[in-house]
Design a protein around this ligand. Structure first.
Ligand code: ZN
Length: 351
């Protein structure tokens, strides 16, 4: 996800009022990426005010299994942190490099051992600023692949070639392991994988790791190669899975995690936002804030544009974003735990 693509939206505390966005515009003056968002004039913030109360019937999962019959999985957040450290110990995992190959092997071995079906969706991508195209791969890890009705939990897994938020540009090319941005989603899903085989859910679940989200060298380069390829391929397939919803994880492990409802999720997949934030309130996962945050251009937009109800869980206030200090020591087991708790209960309640 990129600063260039962050829209300044109104941040409306407590989501109780009907407001108007002022000052909508691109931070950097960039045009939106393909399929970008339209400016929205009015916010009607009613749903989030109800988070904590019972969600209404028209929401995503409709008649759900009551909360008291559903428990979170025994997610081992310490072990998840161990996975995060192992991923970062590889070093940078930039698309098309040896570090990425090592990570792909690690992911494949991990999930195959746990009994999931692992498929590499390979493609080539040419970045505008680069001379040659490179090979990329999304990894699709499927639980109960025979089920037609499915859910996507996804994250990008590549890291950015340069740490371009370091104030001193001489540091941009130093070793950048990008723990929270690119590592945290992988680590959470690796740990969740330990609980997926026995999870009582009627849906099939695909963990999708997107390549080419961070393969960016300058301001005019393109983002989201992997998610766009995935969405296009899904849309064109005859016998495609019936994806009921998708949740993107991006920077979900920072200390003092803050997850306002990301703006593009709120505007374009509101029933799912309401569902997830209401559940978080019920489970007392306080990282999920009862407010609407910035609109962020991220991998979920490609899914939304293909017609999948998709939201982004993202902490855009993470102070180490695109800095050399984005290391496991600045991430927190409690943050991973809160997100996993909400996801694991939700997966058992969807129908
Ligand atoms: Zn990033």
């Amino acid at each position: 996800m990129s600063q260039s693509f962050v829209m300044v939206g109104a941040i409306v505390v407590l989501a109780l009022v009907v407001g108007t966005i002022v000052g909508v515009g691109w931070f950097s003056g960039h045009a939106p990426a393909e399929g970008g968002v339209q400016p929205v004039e009015e916010l009607q913030l009613v749903g989030l005010a109800e988070a904590g109360g019972p969600p209404d019937k028209v929401q995503f999962a409709g008649d759900r299994i009551p909360a008291e019959t559903v428990k979170p999985v025994p997610f081992n957040a310490k072990r998840a942190m161990g996975y995060l450290e192992a991923i970062c110990a590889i070093g940078p995992r930039q698309s098309g490099t040896g570090g990425m190959k090592k990570q792909q092997d690690l992911i494949q071995e991990h999930f195959e051992k746990l009994g999931a079906k692992v498929v590499f969706q390979t493609f080539t991508a040419k970045q505008l600023s680069q001379k040659k195209p490179i090979d990329m791969a999304n990894i699709i890890v499927s639980w109960h692949p025979e089920r037609q009705k499915r859910i996507i939990l996804c994250s990008h897994y590549d890291t950015r070639p340069i740490a371009d938020q370091e104030p001193d540009p001489r540091k941009w090319r130093e070793k950048f392991v990008s723990a929270n941005d690119g590592g945290s989603g992988v680590a959470l899903l690796m740990e969740l994988g330990n609980h997926m085989k026995d999870l009582k859910t009627p849906v099939g679940v695909d963990f999708v790791f997107f390549d080419g989200e961070e393969y960016v060298f300058n301001k005019t380069d393109k983002y989201f190669f992997g998610s766009e390829y995935f969405a296009r391929t899904w849309k064109a397939a005859k016998d495609r899975p019936d994806y009921k919803a998708a949740i993107l994880l991006d920077m979900i492990a920072g200390e003092n995690l803050r997850l306002p409802a990301e703006g593009n999720s709120w505007f374009r997949a509101r029933p799912l936002v309401q569902e997830i934030w209401a559940l978080a309130a019920e489970l007392r996962c306080s990282a999920f804030q009862n407010k609407v945050g910035e609109r962020v251009m991220d991998d979920h937009l490609a899914l939304q544009n293909a017609g999948i109800m998709a939201i982004d869980l993202i902490d855009f206030e993470y102070p180490h974003w695109h800095r050399l200090s984005d290391v496991p020591a600045n991430c927190s087991a409690d943050s991973l735990d809160q997100v996993a708790k909400v996801l694991s209960v939700w997966l058992q309640r969807v129908k």
